[in-house]
Design a protein. Structure first.
Length: 356
């Protein structure tokens, strides 16, 4: 690797880490400090912005080729179900910010692989193996220790995070079942799934947050338009930066950088928001991170016949497992994907739009 390539890789990782951490802190600031206590509306803002930007980039600017024709069948049969689960992930993830600290949220995200595997097994797209079960037990123990050590434990926030992780698992399984064999650039993935996600969130805003938005939320947005415009754009930018990281490094490097970034978020939350991290919590988080490392190793050495998926689905799934941990890490911060997206990053070249 040339010196220029090394510099480019380092800059890609550093830029993504800053932006990805920044959107977490920004969401916490908006909801806690600025008093914008409308998690569904905040999620909708991010997804609406991503929908618009991806549409302009793919359809008008043609930054990447559009390989999928978004037909009515595709919209209602694939995009909308996945978008609804993405909306639930974002809503419950942001809702947790109203009740529990950023460090505790990061620690609870360690349960994502556990819940995703359980849901995958339930729907027949995954299977238990001894190494996987062992790693997930370690993760579970670590999260349990972190929860027990939380000084300001709030059940509502804990339940919201579990709901977000369960919805995320449902989204991943749906993408495996409905999108197997398809390879989408991250921009095209956003074009397909961000609009239905934004639509589902908008429906939720009308049903649950409309009165508060009219009396409190919209005036706050009007008073600080730059703050909320930044929040909307950052989700889209982070998705693009992920693409840069993957192109300039590897999935293994991405996972290592992601773990380091999550630790930085936990540590950075202490001075920024006065978060209290106990020694017991820190110990539990260390255990769960070790379990996650074991989980990634178990996935890497998993025999081809260890799941019930056909070969093409296994290939499609690789994108999920490569970034599973960070998917939810920032999904709760205004993204439909972060990780990655369940969809491949490299569009198949030379292929025209295919009707689905």
């Amino acid at each position: 690797m040339s010196e220029f390539s090394v510099v480019r890789a380092v800059l890609s990782c550093l830029t993504w880490s800053i932006a990805s951490s920044g959107i977490i802190f920004l969401n916490k600031y908006i909801m806690d400090v600025d008093g914008f206590r409308f998690p569904m509306a905040l999620s909708c803002l991010g997804m609406t912005t991503s929908s618009f930007c991806s549409y302009v980039a793919v359809v008008h600017l043609k930054v990447v080729p559009q390989t999928v024709e978004i037909t009515r069948k595709f919209w209602f049969g694939r995009a909308l179900p996945i978008g609804i689960f993405g909306a639930l992930t974002l809503y419950f993830g942001n809702l947790a910010y109203l009740y529990i600290s950023v460090p505790f949220i990061q620690m609870l995200k360690g349960m994502t692989p556990v819940i995703t595997l359980l849901v995958g097994v339930l729907f027949g797209v995954d299977a238990f193996t001894t190494p996987l079960c062992a790693s997930l037990c370690v993760i579970g123990v670590g999260v349990a220790i972190s929860s027990y050590g939380e000084a300001a434990f709030v059940l509502a926030g804990f339940v919201a995070m579990l709901a977000a992780e369960t919805a995320e698992a449902g989204k991943v399984v749906l993408m495996q079942k409905l999108m197997s064999g398809m390879k989408l650039h991250v921009l095209e993935g956003l074009l397909c799934f961000a609009p239905p996600c934004a639509l589902a969130l908008a429906a939720g805003v009308l049903a649950l947050e409309l009165d508060g938005m009219l009396t409190v939320g919209l005036p706050k947005m009007a008073a600080r338009p730059l703050l909320y415009a930044t929040q909307g754009l950052m989700g889209f930018v982070v998705n693009l930066l992920i693409l840069s990281v993957i192109k300039n490094t590897s999935s293994v490097t991405f996972k290592v950088v992601s773990m380091m970034k999550n630790v930085a978020v936990v540590v950075g939350s202490i001075p920024l928001f006065g978060a209290d991290v106990t020694a017991l919590q820190a110990a539990g988080y260390t255990v769960s991170m070790g379990g996650f490392a074991l989980y990634q190793y178990a996935r890497a050495v998993q025999p081809q016949g260890a799941t019930h998926q056909p070969l093409k689905e296994k290939s499609a799934r690789k994108g999920y497992d490569d970034h599973l941990h960070d998917e939810l890490s920032d999904d709760a911060d205004g993204l439909l994907y972060e990780r990655e997206e369940g969809v491949g990053y490299d569009a198949e070249k030379g292929r025209g739009p295919a009707s689905v």
